[in-house]
Design a protein around this ligand. Sequence first.
Ligand code: GCW
Length: 685
Amino acid sequence: DHKESYAAWLQYKKIDDAALLKEYQTWTENIVSLSDSIVIESAQNELSKALSSMLDIHPEVSSGLKPKNRIVLATMKEFNLLDNEIDIDFKQINEDGYMIKSVSTKGNKTIYLLGKRDAGVLYATFHLLRLMQNRESLKDVNIIESPKNQLRMINQWDNMDGSIERGYAGKSIFYKDHSFSEDFNRIQDYARLLSSVGINAIAINNVNVHEVETHLITASFLPKAAEVASIFRAYGIKTFLSINYASAIQLGDLETADPLDSKVKEWWKNKAKEIYRFIPDFGGFLVKADSEHRPGPFTYNRNHADGANMLAEALEPFNGLVIWRCFVYNCLQDWRDRSTDRARAAYDHFKPLDGKFHENVILQIKNGPMDFQVREAVSPLFGAMPQTNQMMEFQITQEYTGQQKHLCYLVPQWKEVLDFDTFANGESSPVKHVVDGSMFPYRYSGIAAVSNIGNDYNWSGHTLAQANLYGFGRLTWNPDLQAETITNEWIGQTFGQDELVNEHVSHMLLKSWEIYEQYTSPLGVGWMVNPGRHYGPNVDGYEYSVWGTYHFADRDGIGVDRTIKTGTGYTEQYFRENTKMYDSLETCPDELLLFFHHVPYKHKLKSGVTVIQHIYNTHFEGVQEAEELKERWAALKGRINSERYEDILNRLEEQVEHSKEWRDTINTYFYRKSGIADEQKRKIY
Ligand code: GCW
């Protein structure tokens, strides 16, 4: 019985405080639903499920306003029915927004869950349940919420053979043996988790679209895809598919996939029509083209605007979107070639195309210019294309951050990225205002992330990695939320109201990214992992390979010179203020020093220690802190149900052992390269 592990943050544990139970029971005696839709039905079902489990009551749902002590669900359309009861102004919220108001008069308590549309009512419902799970009073609730981002999206990197690219939590919940999974309940539970944190879009297959997956947009799979889409639809989530750019050749028997060829255009137009016959509210295509050996417009000497626009035209009549990834770089670089810099690639390819994309194209840009490293600079493309819709791509799955064996809570990292000032529109032009569409008049924008879930009984391998999925949704809803707030919300819902649990888990989560950074690759240089698998230390693993991911360590120093005068000139891709900051050794922040500069080991950091001493210190300290993580957790024994306790303890033990492997490999490597001893004379091999 994996009940707690599986329920994640939707535990709906029985309220044991008698007074609070009584209070909650009174507020929720009746459910009045003025609205009627499949999404509203999901809200009602969630309420029934949660109330019976938390309060042991089974309120009936009625559609008349009569009963007292009630929860009222309504959208703007039913507004007039509430005229005599409360004053509400729907102008205060946006399309996906909602209001929660509790009103108590003599002998009648009402909680209003109001959305402009039905999705808002569902979000309001989940919010109410969050309040109850966190034991908040329902008196005088007056909440007005609108998501800051329009698209709040999840990307599944699931393959139809059931494997998941960069998945660390079992197999796919969507596919098995080259067809769709039969377990739609699991998909529905996933939809519940996602919509509870405001996710409204999902691409259900890997961006690397292989042989079988290419056929997802054909009649052999569309009926099943439509069934999956209908599960998500009931939770306000639109379904997208990743497509193979060369589909016209592979499926259509055409000789070319040239985006300017009229037969190709025609083929996609018909294809779009066909897809929309099966899925009338289909979201659109997610496209990885000319990237890591995937086909794309370059084959035909066309650029990415030509490629994206051709698809955009096909989807336009149906309001479909093309989400076009900017992860385009030369993955066959010669390591001897010192002039090519992978970090430059996305900007060099896309910036010149600003203004050339159709309105229903969005460029999806990874947070950093390399690839989801534990620390890297923010992509300079954000804000650099005022006339082209942009959205963010984060990675929840922990490819380079410990693969859900190590604890690495990514909300603090994502917040740093979103708060990064691009200076695109003068001072105070943070990335979050690019991707929320408020800085430039983007028609579409938002945030996407690669999911971290699979069919493991706890969804995420490491049970604490559930917090990353939760945190992603909450932060995408509102990037201004504090990391601490999100963390506490999650802990309360997941583990209940135990102060010590809250204190320890919150501390563990909030420190974990920094700890992971300490014992892995230093000062923003990245990589140093085993090639292919990307797990575990291997300092030179990528040093003499084709991937463009080098650290250039020699006996004198380390780092990538990306400056204007002596380096690759990457720093120039930023707006002036940031170019200046990164280009100069004096002002470049320590944590990114080796991302931007090649320096001698004895170079003094702003922190006062030398680079080499910093490497030693952080690696010794990182292991100690990993040990402290484990001890903090061990102190919670008996306060958490044993399955989750043991699961997490095991992972933390593994993390400690593996962090030593990292420490000793990195320290030894740099000691041998530099010949400089640790000032504190700790053990280096
Ligand atoms: O980081 C790399 C991963 C690939 C991934 C690629 C991408 C889906 O190692 O597994 O492929 O990024 O984002 O396209």
